[in-house]
Design a protein around this ligand. Structure first.
Ligand code: HEM
Ligand SMILES: *[C@@H]1O[C@H](CO)[C@@H](O)[C@H](O)[C@H]1NC(C)=O
Ligand SMILES: *[C@@H]1O[C@H](CO)[C@@H](O)[C@H](O)[C@H]1NC(C)=O
Ligand SMILES: *[C@@H]1O[C@H](CO)[C@@H](O)[C@H](O)[C@H]1NC(C)=O
Ligand SMILES: *[C@@H]1O[C@H](CO)[C@@H](O)[C@H](O)[C@H]1NC(C)=O
Ligand SMILES: *[C@@H]1O[C@H](CO)[C@@H](O)[C@H](O)[C@H]1NC(C)=O
Length: 381
């Protein structure tokens, strides 16, 4: 899923040539060589990651499209990405309008602006920071692309922020194309038409959990049939189902009750997905929520985690990174395979911050699961 609407970022090819060009403080450090890290990390303003905020005291419905949070179109350089929720919060000033924020800012914003559940918010934000953010500066871009040309062959091409494919951003998004087709984050009008079509056919003109079940399955079938590089592994197997449920729980006005609950009208949906804007006078959900209903969506057409094997229609099951049915394995492999792969031998403040953020991730995700001990890819600190 990609949701960037703007062309992302400045090319930074000159960085290693011109030492006066600063490394962007939000660009991810994952995948950089030891030599590049040695050069870059000392130039960054290192922070000690603070503990994440807890839930707010008031968690009811309230007007969030309010006078203190006017919508403004993104300006040149502002980053927007694959997440319609975060894009909307940035365009209303719940997040910094430039689209670069700390985990603390993001957790507060999603709670305040959408009533996103505290533990789901902590899980999402630390997974995103570890996968796509800068753990030394404690900053994450909600979109953005940074291309670095390094001295070590092969020159690393680093896509930054939440557009980074394969950690959090993934294939089969509802309204964004697969990375294979070239743009993994922008709102796609063709996919939107399909969203409308499914909402008309299965939801009588509304998007609900029934529509989500059918559309989620259809998007997976589409990618298997069209994208030779289709993958849906581990964390993506959970997020693909969770993200299909989020609009039902958090994009529906919190004043709706009875038969209107859980039914998202298409005008509001388009406002979030495309315009990155609250519908006029929008009230956030009446209780904290997140991906409730994702099990129903999965069970309606269960698809195992897996990928295409280099050609279209060659789906092979691959549960090596876990699945929605084995979230502890998703946690363990995300840490021991994905994060360790991005940061094989961190030192200094990078190592310190990885250990701290991995602790926050475990608190939010692994600790609540039965028999799911914390893993320490770098040994105990
Ligand atoms: C900690 C906060 C959050 C993070 C780090 C985050 C991150 C992401 C990322 C990386 C994606 C792209 C996945 C992909 O489709 O490839 C995504 C998609 C999505 N997010 Fe968020 N998100 C957050 C909070 C929210 C909230 C609060 C909402 C709703 C109010 C939301 C709604 C969605 C939806 C509906 C999609 C799917 C878009 C589509 O499939 O076209 N997210 N998010
Ligand atoms: C994601 O989209 C951006 C912008 O179109 C593109 O430059 C980048 O290569 C894509 N990422 C991948 C891994 O395809
Ligand atoms: C949108 O998605 C469709 C269907 O996957 C694809 O054919 C089209 O090229 C995409 N459009 C853009 C502008 O990326
Ligand atoms: C979704 O909408 C359709 C059409 O109104 C309805 O039949 C179905 O029960 C709804 N599903 C849910 C989960 O609300
Ligand atoms: C993937 O394709 C290759 C080449 O066709 C084949 O040898 C291999 O067995 C396939 N792998 C799986 C897991 O199906
Ligand atoms: C995770 O990786 C560490 C370090 O490589 C290893 O000691 C540990 O056994 C691994 N844990 C699991 C559950 O795979």
């Amino acid at each position: 899923m990609r949701y960037n609407f703007l062309t992302a970022f400045a090319a930074l090819g000159a960085f290693f040539v011109s030492t006066t060009t600063a490394f962007p403080p939000y660009a991810p450090l994952g995948g950089l060589s030891a030599r590049q890290l040695e050069e870059i990390v000392p130039t960054l303003d290192a922070k000690v990651p603070p503990p994440p905020p807890g839930p707010p005291s008031f968690t009811g419905a309230k007007l969030v499209d309010d006078r203190d949070h006017p919508w403004r179109a993104p300006q040149r350089g502002d980053q927007r990405g694959p997440c319609p929720g975060l894009n909307t919060l940035a365009s209303h000033g719940y997040l910094p309008r430039n689209g670069v924020a700390t985990p603390t800012q993001i957790i507060k914003a999603v709670q305040e602006g959408f009533n996103f559940d505290n533990s789901a918010a902590r899980f999402a934000v630390y997974a995103a920071l570890l996968g796509n953010g800068n753990v030394v500066t404690d900053l994450l871009s909600i979109g953005g692309k940074t291309r670095l040309t390094g001295p070590d062959p092969p020159a690393p091409a680093i896509v930054g922020g939440l557009n980074n494919h394969g950690t959090f951003e993934g294939d089969v998004s509802l309204t964004r194309g697969d990375a294979f087709f070239g743009d993994n984050h922008s709102f796609n009008e063709t996919l939107w038409d399909q969203f409308v079509d499914f909402s008309n056919r299965f939801g009588n003109g509304f998007y609900n959990i029934t529509v989500a079940s059918e559309l989620r399955f259809h998007r997976i079938q589409q990618s298997i049939a069209e994208n030779p590089q289709f993958t849906m592994l581990g964390l993506r197997h959970i997020s693909a189902y969770g993200e299909a449920a989020l609009p039902v729980n958090l994009f529906v006005d919190g004043r709706k009750t009875g038969s209107e609950k859980g039914q998202l009208d298409l005008e509001s949906a388009r406002s979030f997905f495309k315009e990155m804007r609250y519908p006029k006078g929008f009230f956030r959900a009446a209780q904290p929520g997140g991906g409730e209903g994702s099990e129903v969506i999965f069970l309606s057409h269960p698809t195992s985690p897996g990928r295409n094997n280099a050609t279209v229609n060659s789906f092979v099951v691959d549960d090596s990174l876990g699945s929605i049915l084995d979230p502890c394995k998703v946690y363990t492999e995300f840490v021991n395979t994905t994060v360790l792969g991005l940061y094989p031998s961190p030192t200094g403040v990078l190592r310190r911050n990885l250990d701290i953020d991995l602790g926050f991730l475990y608190d939010a995700f692994g600790s609540g699961l039965p028999n799911c001990p914390q893993v320490f890819p770098y040994g105990r600190a």
